[in-house]
Design a protein around this ligand. Structure first.
Ligand SMILES: N[C@@H](CCC(=O)N[C@@H](CS)C(=O)NCC(=O)O)C(=O)O
Length: 438
């Protein structure tokens, strides 16, 4: 056997993946440190062996090869006592290759998207980047669905590549074993491999110290809507966001788990209600305020919330009606149920719903929408509530034909189902058999 030399540095996941392969194969090699911080990789003597100035590079007796994936495949093929780490069987190999490509594309870029800015001295990392990492964990958990290792029953170079990246990733965001049980178990399994500590585990100290020293915070980027999709006012905001074709993140606030009473949320909305909008740091709560804000700031025209004083007054009236009467008819039943398990709906409370349906019927008159000929945010707010009230009292089509037809009309909107329909159905299904009308 000729002389093997690996050029690299412990902090680099691809280098550690090669160290894992070399140790697993039990071959002798020399390890030469290429310090990226001091620019060793840009020196002419290194560029001669790897013009891409990346680590790792392998020197196999004068044959130079870079890219950890290529190196590992080469090492197993040349030095493996068997092919278990990189199977010759076409289908088994195809699965290993798929994992390797996932590593070199999705996994590596997701990790780099967080580590890169930290290296540049940034301390605020957008939450979306951590969400992407969670997606990766989800995918890896899926890869492990029916096997102990990522590409089959035993370890392969795919496991080496992925554990090398994950060893860094978990320092940024832990793998939650309740959400990703297979992945968490796999990490523990890999750690028990006899060569793991020497090749990877013991080499993490510097990376860990670097990440710890960064004291980074996770920030929201762009528009974030906090809420739950069973909540009618949250859905009126989703209808507006969709109508305006705005990109936004949805941050779940579980009222039943008390998320809205946690200090973190109270700092943003002391009234502890959902929805709450965070528009690049501008915090707005109360759905009615939110929908008007969104149209004012982002709409190309004022149609959804007209600037004309008279038209606006009419929309405002319907918005206040929803806030003070229609939605309160719902809230006065569901809040006592959720928080105090009150399961009876008094006649007074059901009459509030009857009144609400009746007023909507009157407001509609012969118009297609709640304020006239055009769709406005008042339709979104009133419809989100009206489509949820049947949880307590059915909306009888014979008694309220205009309201029924109006809701059917709104269902035709291309974004209605996703923004309101699904959540309204969930709300009605969840509550309709839980309460008794007196
Ligand atoms: N008028 C408010 C009502 C918001 C509201 O009451 N939301 C309920 C969920 S549907 C809530 O957050 N309840 C929790 C609480 O008030 O503590 C709006 O339109 O945003």
């Amino acid at each position: 056997m000729g002389k093997l030399t690996l050029y690299g540095i412990d902090g680099s996941p691809p280098v550690r993946s090669v160290l894992l392969t070399l140790n697993a194969l039990d071959v002798e090699f020399e390890y030469k440190i290429v310090n990226l911080m001091t620019g060793d990789h840009l020196k002419p003597e290194y560029l001669k062996i790897n013009p891409l100035h990346t680590v790792p590079t392998l020197d196999d007796d004068g044959f130079y090869i870079n890219d950890s994936h290529a190196i590992n495949a080469y090492l197993v093929s040349k030095y493996g006592k068997d092919d278990s780490l990189y199977p010759k069987d076409l289908q088994k190999r195809a699965i290993v290759d798929q994992r390797l490509h996932y590593d070199s594309s999705v996994l590596s870029s997701t990790g780099r998207a967080i580590i890169g800015p930290l290296r540049e001295g940034k301390t605020e990392i957008p939450k979306a980047k951590f969400d992407a990492l969670e997606e990766v964990y989800k995918t890896l958990d899926l890869f492990l669905e029916s096997n102990d290792y990522l590409a089959g029953k035993g370890p392969t170079i795919a496991d080496f590549h992925i554990i090398a990246v994950l060893s860094t990733a978990v320092l940024l965001q832990d793998v939650d074993s309740t959400k990703f049980p297979k992945l968490a178990a796999w990490i523990e399994r890999i750690k028990k491999l006899p060569y793991f500590e020497e090749a990877n585990g013991s080499r993490m100290a510097q990376v860990a110290a670097f990440i710890k020293s960064k004291k980074f915070t996770i920030i929201m980027s762009g528009i974030v809507l906090y809420g739950m999709n069973i909540s009618p006012p949250v859905r009126s905001c989703q209808l507006t966001l969709k109508a305006l074709e705005l990109e936004y993140e949805f941050e779940e606030v579980d009222l039943l788990a008390g998320d809205h009473r946690k200090e973190e949320f109270l700092k943003k909305n002391p009234q502890h209600t959902i929805p709450l909008l965070d528009d690049n740091g501008v915090l707005v709560w109360d759905s009615h305020a939110i929908v008007c804000y969104l149209v004012g700031k982002y709409a190309k025209t004022d149609e959804l919330y007209p600037k004309d004083l008279v038209k606006r007054a009419r929309v405002d009236q319907r918005l206040y009606f929803d806030a003070s009467a229609l939605f309160m008819a719902l809230r006065n039943i569901c809040a006592p149920y959720f928080y105090n398990n009150v399961t009876e709906i008094t006649r007074e409370k059901s009459d509030n719903i009857r009144d609400g349906y009746g007023h909507l019927e009157t407001f509609l008159g012969d118009n297609p929408y709640i304020t006239g000929d055009t769709l406005t945010v008042a339709d979104f707010c009133c419809a989100a509530t009206a489509s949820s009230l049947p949880a307590f009292l059915p909306l009888e089509a014979e008694k309220y034909p205009k309201v029924t037809a109006w809701l059917e009309r709104l269902q035709e909107l291309p974004y209605y189902e996703e923004a309101n329909g699904v959540g309204a159905k969930k709300y009605v299904d969840m509550l309709k058999d839980q309460l008794t009308l007196l």
